[in-house]
Write a protein that binds this ligand. Structure first.
Ligand SMILES: [Zn+2]
Length: 340
């Protein structure tokens, strides 16, 4: 039993002590004696209950008084049953404090499997964030070579140029998460896939994933923006829906899109690379954790001259094969209606 890692103790005034700063997880204890305040001030050094009793005794407190204070701390949720020697990384520490703020701690992510299709700087940085957040397995699917522009945007190194991206990426991923698994366990498939495209979404893999009802997140880089989403899950709008909406606005879009798919990747502004990776990793972690995903039937888009991303909601397009309206139209007529 010890103080939750990350908490600091603050003197508010005579008889009043505060643990933590952020109002969402901070706790205020009032009506304290001088000895109790002194004991609380030393709480970050607490090793176990015996330490609390011994130090309280040294400060002139009775055992019952120390036990009462310990119960107050336990009720407030600021103590945790964790050995002092237990290693706590920043993410672990964060979620232990978020728990006091009422947030549900993510389920164990060590069993989660995420596949990254295209390990360009956005895809690779997303993978690094996922690995550091505790995702147990990351599969990189990108046989293409590391480009000189990838090195500029990082974190690829000069020596990686020309190497298959999937090989170079795995080395960097393992450097931040030595126990990371890099293949899908036999008999399973990834929980979610990340697809990074430039200029236009490749329709082939998304059509297959949609039909197989496998959750996937689209990230699209264009000349001046990065778009994160939609997270495609059954019943929500998909990337093909967005293509239908674009074609409604521009009937020549399919001709342009077919050419754009073959052009060199967009040069993505550095802060947009990092933003895209952060936004994508947050969406993927929400999906892995089973939380609400903000980009389900929605996209987040940011340019280099905006301070906050634009969020746009999308309905399944009635002409897209993902929509229930399309499926109703495509269904063969029933016997009674055929006879009519
Ligand atoms: Zn659709």
């Amino acid at each position: 039993m010890r103080l939750r890692p990350g908490y600091e103790v603050y003197w508010r005034g005579p008889g009043s002590t505060q643990i933590g700063v952020d109002p969402r997880c901070a706790v205020v204890l009032d009506d304290l004696s001088d000895a109790e305040q002194q004991l609380l001030a030393e709480l970050p050094q607490m090793m176990d209950v015996d330490w609390l009793q011994a130090r309280g005794n040294e400060l002139g407190m009775r055992p019952a008084q120390v036990r009462r204070l310990q119960r107050r701390l336990a009720r407030a949720g600021v103590l945790v049953d964790l050995p002092v020697a237990a290693a706590t990384g920043p993410d672990d520490q964060y979620w232990r404090l978020a728990h006091v703020a009422g947030a549900k701690r993510p389920r164990d992510r060590s069993r989660a499997v995420v596949e990254i299709c295209r390990a360009d700087p956005i895809g690779l940085r997303t993978g690094l964030l996922l690995a550091q957040a505790g995702v147990g397995a990351i599969v990189v699917n990108d046989p293409g070579p590391v480009l000189a522009t990838d090195v500029v945007a990082g974190p690829y190194r000069g020596d990686d140029v020309g190497e298959p991206r999937q090989r170079a990426a795995l080395g960097l991923l393992r450097a931040v998460a030595p126990h990371l698994r890099t293949s899908v366990p036999t008999g399973t498939s990834p929980d979610v896939l990340l697809l990074v495209d430039h200029h236009v979404v490749d329709p082939v893999p998304v059509r297959r994933l949609r039909r197989e009802r496998r959750p996937h997140l689209s990230v699209l880089a264009t000349e001046v923006a990065v778009r994160v989403g939609p997270m495609v899950t059954p019943g929500g709008a998909c990337t093909t829906c967005l293509e239908h909406y674009r074609r409604e606005k521009d009937d020549r879009w399919p001709a342009v899109a077919a050419q754009a798919a073959l052009r060199p990747p967009a040069a993505v502004e550095t802060s947009l690379v990092w933003w895209g990776a952060v936004a994508a990793s947050q969406q993927l972690l929400a999906q892995v954790d089973g939380r609400a995903v903000a980009t389900r039937s929605a996209t987040l888009e940011l340019t280099g001259w905006q301070e906050v991303p634009t969020r746009t909601s999308w309905s399944p397009h009635p002409d897209c094969e993902c929509s229930s309206a399309h499926r109703r139209r495509a269904r063969p007529p029933s016997r009674s209606s055929a006879a009519a």
